[in-house]
Ligand binder design. Structure first.
Ligand code: PLP
Length: 387
């Protein structure tokens, strides 16, 4: 057994990030300013999006993007139950009704055929989530959106660096929302980015993120600006700070290496678990793609065991292996069970995954020996708890 606890995720922060944050702290300017602009430009050019708006979180990005898309009361938004609650919470918070479509059993991404069946005349938008960093079938989603005149909002929280048929997520003809929370592929502490090809939409999100102020605050205090400003709509306060962007600038430069390291660990897991009967490894997609491997999320066939998934995670912890839960299906959470109940058994693939999924350790600093320890611990726990 491992002597030291292996957490399921640790951010990879180097001396460059630390020095850049210190530079902000010493500079006299710590909130939104030149470093946010540098990060925004670098991110835009990395994903290939003409417009990007840096924010305090992806949750804020989802909310503001939906507001900018005009999604509100009376509208239905089709999305997946296998996501972090924020995706669906924000649909509720803009006053719309979330409609959950079942997932594909292998990739755990939203099943486009199931999404089609959920479309009504009130459906305004479709919100796919690139689960764990595996891109959804965007051609099929765009075709559906064209057929029913829907807006497409990609929850790309897992998909920084994901590619779909040779194109980076963020560059497609939609709106994409990325997250830089510490467990995501790159981090700014907390942070998010909205990317789009639609200039007006980017402008609207930009206004909503900072009081509805027509000019960026830092320009007001610079030599070129004037202290005067106009409020052109009642906005929120979810701008990214320079001390966050200071991290992001260097994280982004390391992203491709991070993804390579994550892919190596994922490949080791896939290989090791493909012959383990009680573990269902994540499926690849049939189309050309680059998986960003934000998470490694196998399903445990608990029907073959004497313990449930939570018991399985507790047993792994005893072996000094940390795990995460991404995710319990949204409709299983108390608020959603009570306020937006779905008929029992109507989302069978999500129900199946929700009870069996767990996230094994996956982060760039992990070694192959760490990953081998995880495999050994999983096999040990399975052997101890077979029916
Ligand atoms: C992490 C996450 C979010 C929220 O991101 P924050 O930056 O923490 O607000 C939204 N959707 C999904 C699928 C996520 O995993």
């Amino acid at each position: 057994m491992r002597k030291e606890f292996l957490p399921f995720s640790i951010p990879t922060i180097g001396e460059e990030e630390i020095a850049e944050v210190v530079d902000s702290l010493r500079s006299g300017w710590i909130t939104t300013g030149p470093k946010v602009k540098i990060f925004e430009d670098a991110f835009k050019s990395y994903v290939g999006a003409p417009f990007a708006v840096p924010l305090s979180s992806a949750t804020a990005g989802l909310q503001l993007a939906m507001m900018a898309l005009g999604i509100g009361p009376g509208d239905e938004v089709v999305t997946t139950p296998m996501t972090f609650a924020a995706t669906v919470n924000m649909i509720v918070r803009v006053g719309a009704t979330p409609v959950l479509a079942d997932i594909e059993p292998g990739t755990l991404n939203m099943d486009v055929a199931a999404a089609r069946e959920k479309i009504t005349e009130r459906t305004k938008a479709i919100v796919p989530v690139h689960f764990a960093g595996l891109p959804c079938d965007m051609d099929a989603i765009f075709a559906l959106a064209r057929e029913f005149n829907l807006r497409v909002l990609e929850d790309a929280a897992h998909a920084v660096g994901t590619e779909y048929r040779g194109k980076r997520i963020g560059s497609l003809d939609s709106v994409s929302v990325f997250s830089f929370h510490p467990i995501k592929n790159i981090t700014t502490g907390e942070g998010g980015m909205v990317c789009t090809r639609d200039e007006k939409l980017a402008e609207e999100v930009s206004l909503l993120k900072f009081h509805g102020m027509s000019r960026e605050a830092w320009k007001r205090y610079s030599a070129q600006g004037t202290p005067n400003y106009d409020i052109v709509l009642p906005g929120f306060k979810c701008n990214m700070m320079d001390i966050q962007a200071a991290l992001g600038i260097h994280q982004l430069a390391k992203l491709d290496r991070f993804i390579e390291q994550r892919s190596g660990i994922a490949a080791l897991y896939n290989e090791a678990f493909s012959s383990v009967e009680e573990i269902i490894i994540p499926s690849a997609a049939a189309y050309d793609h680059r998986h960003a491997w934000h998470l490694y999320t196998p399903l445990v066939r608990i029907e073959e065991l004497t313990i449930d998934r939570d018991g399985f995670m507790a047993e792994l912890k005893k072996e000094n292996i940390g795990t995460g839960l991404h995710f319990k299906a949204v409709h299983h959470h108390p608020w959603y069970r009570e306020n937006l109940p779905v008929p029992a058994g109507s989302l069978p693939n999500a129900d199946y995954a929700s009870d069996r999924i767990l996230s094994l350790p996956l982060f760039p600093k992990m070694t192959m020996e760490d990953a081998a320890d995880v495999v050994e611990a999983v096999k040990k726990v399975l052997a101890r708890n077979r029916r």
